[in-house]
Ligand binder design. Structure first.
Ligand code: BGC
Length: 377
């Protein structure tokens, strides 16, 4: 074998392996180890789809760190308020981009009763429990697995939550798969099982700004929510139990309008100081929410099989690109969240859809965040 043939012999298998990979994913998922947190490895996963757009994830809180998608001129920008270094991820917004569990949003007075037993939870949003407690799933280092056999770039995160973690009964095994499709959809698949009767409501808590993260406020984003009712709450944001029509209220997004239009209006004797409300979805599994940014032309659609969405207009939020230094800080309402979920405080409201998970049952749920552009306006 002469030298040329020998080289060709070596190169053929190498090229065909990369061709195979390209057939499946435009690029394999790239893992970068960021460092160590309490003895566990924290990494950043970069998923690139066939359109060349990028989704970055980390196993700290199984969270979304970055979403690069084009505007109407084809210019890519990051539309989520996340972080990409170990320090900024851990010191940054506790919930931003993370998987929140065991119970998304609030549980009144930090307790609930199930089968006659009262379970006491940590108080981290006086007098309630918010987002699964002080050390909820957003603060755990999850196991990560790149799914090489998936048709699109995908990563599976899993975590075993021990019995009575943050006060909740049962050992719960949770798996979350993020898939990044060539149509710029983040598909989030949730799977959970328990060994004892328990309650569960999981969500992703990403903040979005379709202008680009850190590029101003979200007041001009036009929101449509396919929700004709919402759950009003008391002074500490616990649902009163009522399911009220949005008609004639500042909560009516069935007809699309800018997010900022009605902030500051008085309703029910209180000023609507931004949105932080649970909207009951009319059509589960269809397009439940659409956000359009007239400046960039970017559109984000949300589809879920969950019964509700928490629309949070980033009231009081503070996002710092460099956590701890305050530099590049952007303030309140520079991002919004659309958290797909069960109703807040359901374990204390027998009239709300049940959040009970039984041993032997498999909890399965899917939420999609889909990005596109409108070029005509
Ligand atoms: C809640 C807000 C809370 C925020 C914290 C939202 O899901 O509804 O009340 O302040 O999360 O990030």
């Amino acid at each position: 074998m002469n030298r040329f043939n020998f080289l060709a012999f070596l190169l053929v298998p190498v090229l065909s392996i990369s061709a195979n990979l390209q057939g499946k994913n435009s690029e394999p998922v790239v893992k970068e180890v960021l460092g160590d947190h309490n003895g566990s490895e924290v990494s950043l996963f970069t998923l690139t789809n066939k359109s060349g757009n990028v989704l970055k994830l980390t196993n700290y809180g199984a969270r979304i760190c970055r979403i690069d998608v084009p505007d109407k001129n084809g210019v890519r920008d990051n539309v989520t308020m996340g972080s990409e270094t170990l320090e900024t991820i851990i010191k940054g917004d506790a919930f931003g981009g993370a998987i929140v569990g065991r119970y998304a949003n609030r549980i009144a007075n930090a307790k609930f009763t199930l089968d006659g037993i009262e379970y006491n939870l940590p108080v981290n949003n006086r007098p309630n429990t918010l987002h699964g407690g002080r050390n909820g799933w957003f603060s755990k280092v999850w196991k990560a697995e790149i799914l090489n056999n998936s048709k699109v770039p995908a990563v599976k995160f899993s975590y075993v939550s021990p019995d009575l973690e943050e006060g909740f009964p049962g050992t719960v095994t949770i798996e979350v798969i993020y898939s990044w499709t060539d149509k710029n959809e983040i598909i989030i698949d949730y799977f959970a099982t328990t060994d004892k009767r328990t309650v569960l409501s999981v969500t992703n808590h990403a903040y979005f700004n379709l202008h680009g993260a850190g590029k101003g406020y979200i007041f001009d984003h036009i929101l449509k929510l396919n929700a004709s009712t919402f759950t009003p709450f008391n002074a500490v944001k616990i649902p009163t139990g009522e399911i009220r029509s949005v008609k004639g209220t500042p909560f009516d997004f069935t007809v699309p309008h800018p997010i900022g239009d009605k902030i500051g209006e008085t309703y029910d004797s209180v000023v609507v100081d931004g949105y932080d409300h649970n909207f009951v979805l009319d059509n589960k599994g269809k397009v439940n929410a659409t956000v359009y940014d007239p400046v960039s032309g970017r559109i984000m659609e949300v589809l879920t099989d969950q019964p509700a969405i928490q629309f949070f207009s980033g009231n009081g939020m503070m996002w710092k690109k460099a956590a701890g230094t305050g530099s590049n800080a952007v303030k309140t309402r520079s991002g919004f969240a659309l958290e797909t979920q069960h109703f807040p405080d359901s374990p204390n409201h027998p009239g709300f859809p049940s959040t009970i998970l039984n041993p032997g049952e498999k909890f399965k749920s899917r939420t999609i965040y889909r990005f596109s552009v409108r070029k005509d306006k």
